[in-house]
Design a protein around this ligand. Structure first.
Ligand SMILES: Cc1ncc(COP(=O)(O)O)c(C=O)c1O
Length: 441
């Protein structure tokens, strides 16, 4: 019997499909699939033995163990041969905290999980290493896959381009034209992907890539392919490990296509079921007000989810109106006492600036999550004594324009910090330093 397989998220359909089968949806219901694990086999090892094993591999010298994902490979793809792993050292990222962060957000136990400190600068690397490793394995076994394709708001494509290039596999990228950052666009171009800029939005690209990948020789890399979720689910497991095998009271996570929130919950459920933690947290999904279909659905208790046309937002990677993983996300929120909050452009930019003042470099998506944290705290949903981990999904350097605009002469932002043009004399510099120190008193 296999130790892991694909199965429908719809409980009425219990057929199992091998992980090397090219299948993305349940043939019976059309729902998405998820990767299921033989939990009885995993339970043969005690919780303490799992903790010890994971700790022994953390940031190891050994290439596979050093990856935050593959250091937990028995919970990810237990049957993948180690030599087929395609890793770029993803995961095992810092859990940021400190007195200044607590001061800026007026909250003692606030942490930021820096998932964007990764090879391509976003959390997408965590899932892409798993998907490309599995494809690498399938190609070695003779599968007729000629390329891997994805639709993207910029980060998935960067991750696919890098991992595919590293493995010597061709990649095809469908992007919404002029709707992603320059750094994001440059990444797949540099890595040699076929980059197709389509005059539509992400949802339009997603529709086309699903059709394109009906041909079995082009493999689909979007998060509707649940292999991606298997890598992304290690984030919650890492956080537990970093907090001494405990979970916080809350996770706050930005949501677009809504794969990542279900990934988070998948890792948390394994931790709990295998006895490594003894309580589960609550989850808050944060959306930009301009792209808030889940937020709107939360207002009617998720009875009626309606896709929308997402509008322009600085958080361009979550500019998604018709999230493919919405059913998984709603199930997760129901299971985890979940809530949804939204952030306006002003709120997300100001929250990002507060994080920056504490030493972070916050991208706009993490800004959405930090703003949601503030609003949920102000509303009394997150309480003073509760601990909260905000998932940071990208590196701020990918969104330099966002920062430059915030700190531009035209900006009316409350935390703006303008560079000072000066004559090159010691006197002028001394005066500027004195004025700065006075202001900070
Ligand atoms: C930086 C960033 N944050 C958040 C998200 C949202 O993740 P998901 O689409 O899985 O909800 C994405 C991707 O869409 C992203 O690129």
């Amino acid at each position: 019997m296999s130790q892991a397989w694909f199965q429908s998220i719809n409980p009425q359909y219990t057929d199992r499909y091998a992980l090397d089968q090219i299948i993305y949806r349940c043939p019976g219901s059309g729902d998405l699939l998820e990767v299921r694990h033989d939990m009885d086999a995993l339970k043969k090892k005690s919780a303490q033995d799992w903790r010890d094993l994971f700790e022994s591999r953390w940031r190891s010298q050994n290439k596979a163990d050093a990856s935050g994902i593959w250091g937990k490979r028995e919970w990810v793809l237990p049957e993948l041969p180690v030599e087929d792993i395609v890793t770029l050292g993803e995961g095992a990222t810092a859990l940021f905290s400190g007195a200044e962060l607590s001061r800026q957000f007026a909250h003692q136990d606030i942490f930021v999980k820096l998932c964007g400190n990764s090879h391509t600068g976003s959390f997408k690397d965590l899932g892409m290493t798993v998907l490309v490793s599995q494809v690498n394995h399938m190609i070695k076994k003779g599968a007729p896959i000629r390329a891997i394709a994805c639709a993207s708001t910029g980060d998935t494509s960067a991750a696919l381009a890098a991992y595919a290039a590293y493995a010597g596999i061709l990649s095809v990228i469908l992007l919404p034209k002029n709707k992603i950052s320059l750094a994001q666009l440059m990444q797949p171009i540099a890595n040699g992907s076929l980059v197709l800029a389509l005059d539509t939005d992400f949802d339009g690209c997603m529709e086309i890539v699903q059709q394109l990948t009906l041909e079995k020789d082009i493999y689909l890399a979007n998060s509707m392919n649940s292999l991606r979720i298997e890598g992304q689910k290690t984030v919650g497991i890492e956080v537990a490990q970093q907090l001494g095998w405990q979970l916080p009271d809350w996770f706050i996570i930005p949501g677009g296509n809504l794969g990542n929130v279900s990934a988070l919950s998948a890792g948390l459920k394994m931790l709990y079921e295998l006895g490594l933690v003894n309580s589960l947290p609550r989850i808050a999904v944060a959306q930009a007000e301009a792209a808030n279909p889940l937020y709107l659905a939360s207002k009617n208790g998720f009875k009626d989810f309606q896709p929308i046309t997402a509008k322009e937002t600085a958080a361009s990677a979550i500019r998604i109106g018709n999230p493919i993983s919405v059913k998984k996300a709603i199930a997760t929120l129901k299971e985890f006492g979940g809530v949804v909050e939204q952030a306006s452009e002003r709120e997300l930019a100001d929250a990002a600036a507060l994080g920056d003042k504490a030493g972070l470099l916050v991208d706009p998506h993490t800004g959405v999550a930090l703003a949601a944290f503030k609003k949920l705290k102000a509303a009394g949903v997150i309480r003073e004594h509760e601990s909260a981990v905000v998932i940071s999904t990208a590196h701020g350097l990918k969104f330099a324009d966002f920062k430059i605009n915030y700190h531009s002469p035209e900006s009316t932002a409350p935390h703006k910090n303008l560079p000072v043009d000066l004559k090159p004399t010691l006197g002028a510099v001394k005066d500027a330093v004195a004025a700065f120190l006075d202001k900070k008193k």
